[in-house]
Design a protein around this ligand. Structure first.
Ligand code: BGC
Length: 243
């Protein structure tokens, strides 16, 4: 089955058609910058124009969203307009595009993709997926089973959310060197590991394409591996979790 995977992010919206059996992208990947003040209307208008019309898509859609999503409904929106909170993405997409859509948290989507497709991932034990981008997304799997909406980017560090301290946005805003940012991220890792002791950590999100730069400097009690599908994991996971 082919499903259009869409990954709504704080700085970019990405989409591609995915073969849900193999997890392979079977269209070009389209990315456009998240509009300023990204209200549902603005984002949906742009998705229609740039992704759905461009790919001439008429099938099902799986959508990753950067906030808590339960039964397709949004419960939080840290890095996107608050107008999303309370919105049912399935219903809204259907009304707007007349297509079936299922939504889930973006880090959950990335994790689902990695558990399904990354041969280096252990299935037994607790696996923590961290996606580093505008925010810090996290998903947790126990023996391969997802605990949805595991929001560890919002643990408190220095009086604010950890993501304000260690995300890629923090790195960019403060113009941190890789060394400086890695030192911050290692503090975050130590905190998370102390609380949850995962057996393995998968590193994903926008910054994972630079894993070779900082990966060897990451400190952890368990093995940290980059997401095999890097930043495409969100698109793929959103598509393969369409049910
Ligand atoms: C949100 C998470 C999301 C992460 C990455 C956080 O601010 O609360 O739900 O997964 O950003 O987008």
């Amino acid at each position: 089955m082919n499903v259009l995977g869409i990954d709504i992010g704080g700085s970019g919206v990405k989409g591609a058609i995915v073969d849900t059996k193999s997890g392979l992208l079977i269209s070009e990947k389209i990315r456009f910058p998240t509009p300023d003040k990204p209200t549902p209307k603005k984002v949906l208008d742009e998705i229609k124009l740039n992704i759905i019309d461009e790919l001439k898509w008429e099938g099902d859609i799986g959508c990753g969203f950067p906030g808590v999503v339960k039964k397709n409904k949004v419960y939080s929106a840290a890095n996107i307009e608050k107008k999303w909170v309370g919105l049912n993405i399935e219903k809204k997409f259907h009304k707007k595009f007349n297509l079936r859509c299922k939504a889930l948290n973006d880090a959950d989507a990335a994790g689902i993709s990695e558990i399904a497709l990354n041969k280096k991932v252990k299935i037994k034990g607790t696996v923590l997926v961290i996606t580093v981008g505008t925010g810090l997304g996290t998903s947790m799997f126990i023996d391969g089973k997802l605990i949805p909406n595991f929001e560890l980017g919002h643990l408190k560090m220095y009086g604010d959310c950890a993501e304000k301290y260690a995300s890629n946005l923090a790195r960019k805003k403060l113009n941190l060197t890789w060394k400086e940012w890695t030192a911050r991220f290692n503090e975050y890792l130590a905190y998370v590991e102390f609380l949850f002791s995962p057996s393995q950590i998968i590193f994903g999100g926008g910054i994972s394409k630079y894993f070779d730069e900082f990966g060897p400097e990451l400190k952890s009690n368990c093995k940290i591996i980059p997401a095999v599908n890097r930043n495409n994991a969100g698109i793929i996971g959103a598509a393969i979790s369409f049910k």
